[in-house]
Design a protein around this ligand. Sequence first.
Ligand SMILES: Nc1nc2c(ncn2[C@@H]2O[C@H](COP(=O)(O)OP(=O)(O)O)[C@@H](O)[C@H]2O)c(=O)[nH]1
Ligand SMILES: Nc1ncnc2c1ncn2[C@@H]1O[C@H](COP(=O)(O)OP(=O)(O)O)[C@@H](O)[C@H]1O
Length: 190
Amino acid sequence: MRHKLIVITGATGTGKTTVSSYLTKQYGVDRVMTHTTRPRRPGEVDGVDYYFETPASFAANHYIEHVTYAGYEYGSSRESLARSFAKADFASIVLDTAGAITYARELGDQIAVLYLTIEDPTILKQRLLARGDPEAMVQQRLASAEYKRDLQLPAALKPVATVIKNDDWPAACKQIDAFMAALRGGAMAD
Ligand SMILES: Nc1nc2c(ncn2[C@@H]2O[C@H](COP(=O)(O)OP(=O)(O)O)[C@@H](O)[C@H]2O)c(=O)[nH]1
Ligand SMILES: Nc1ncnc2c1ncn2[C@@H]1O[C@H](COP(=O)(O)OP(=O)(O)O)[C@@H](O)[C@H]1O
């Protein structure tokens, strides 16, 4: 069976990290760790949620792609991807839509894309505050061009993305389960 990378993308607060954890718990999908210069949120752990970097240490790594999102740097490395594939046949990675487009172009049919969306984005603010994000960080995030951009599924991802509506978590799980059944069926047949 070939390795598959599930790229999870969508706007801040739509549930990307939650979906990634669900895939790990339910399906043993290993999450590819990425690097960031963003400060840690309460409860986040270095090497578990991200590799937290200083601007200098961030610049010293080698990335498949890297982006600036709401004023901070984020990047993903080939080494992290190889580490996940050594552990499991399926891996996931959480990316902004710019990163997802790069992965779709570079890795072709080795990836599958989940695009997360919610009907009423105004409730995202409450979700971010409930998650424990500082108010100032939430304001900065929701005002960013990247956040606004990621509220729409980019045209380049339309042919490869499965849209998951995450207004309601049990309903989202059903969509993810259907996606995994199709993906595992397809990967077995490869
Ligand atoms: N392109 C790219 N995006 C990343 C990477 N790591 C994280 N991101 C994205 O950066 C954005 C901001 O992430 P984060 O600060 O954790 O905020 P969150 O989306 O609110 O959880 C999200 O869209 C992440 O998916 C990466 O290595 N490359
Ligand atoms: N369907 C849902 N209904 C209510 N809250 C949710 C739902 N999905 C995720 N959340 C919560 O919303 C917050 C943001 O989710 P998270 O997975 O961190 O988003 P992202 O990684 O896309 O920024 C978290 O506190 C999470 O527990």
